[in-house]
Ligand binder design. Structure first.
Ligand code: GUN
Length: 157
């Protein structure tokens, strides 16, 4: 396949960040599929702090405005649905809104967690716990979670 097709297929593995697939192609051409996850990861890990921050910020809030408005990417929508975030009770929904805004105020980026197959209760517990972290460890955790999300997206292609 060519670069355009490669980026069409893999451009959504990292949320709204096709530059990861573009860089992967530019580094290694048409890599074998067994190598893709590791290659994408190293492209992200080798990027600047600003690029990593933009990558984290490309993620929509969990059970947030974009989710309600039906404006999520196909991948994010599937992940949020698999964690039944589209079925929040009114109280859970309010909890998410409150946590989302506290988290962004404290860290300057949205809370990212690989939520596929987690329950709403588990997600809310992790969310509250992670709000207590310091900014550097939360930045690193967000990138780790983004790699987990990417691996799951890759496997479900
Ligand atoms: N975890 C899995 N997908 C997503 C997403 O789109 N946004 C956030 N914040 N976390 C996720």
């Amino acid at each position: 396949m060519g670069r355009e097709e490669f980026v069409n297929i893999y451009g959504g593995i990292y949320e709204q960040s096709p530059w990861v697939a573009e860089q992967a192609w530019d580094r290694e051409g048409n890599p074998p599929s067994a190598r893709l996850a590791a290659l994408f990861e190293s492209c992200v890990n080798d990027s600047t702090r600003e690029q990593k921050l933009a990558l984290i910020r490309a993620h929509p809030d969990l059970a947030g405005r974009a989710a309600i408005a039906g404006e999520l990417t196909k991948e994010s929508s599937e992940e949020q649905r698999s964690a039944s975030l589209d079925q929040c009770t009114e109280v859970e929904f309010k909890c998410f809104q409150l946590l989302n805004s506290h988290y962004k105020e404290k860290f300057g980026f949205p809370f990212v967690m690989a939520v596929r197959n987690s329950s709403r209760r588990e997600i809310l517990e992790v969310f509250k716990r992670r709000l207590e972290n310091n900014p550097q460890s939360e930045f690193n955790l967000a990138i780790d979670e983004i790699h987990k999300i990417a691996r799951m997206r890759l496997f479900s292609l």
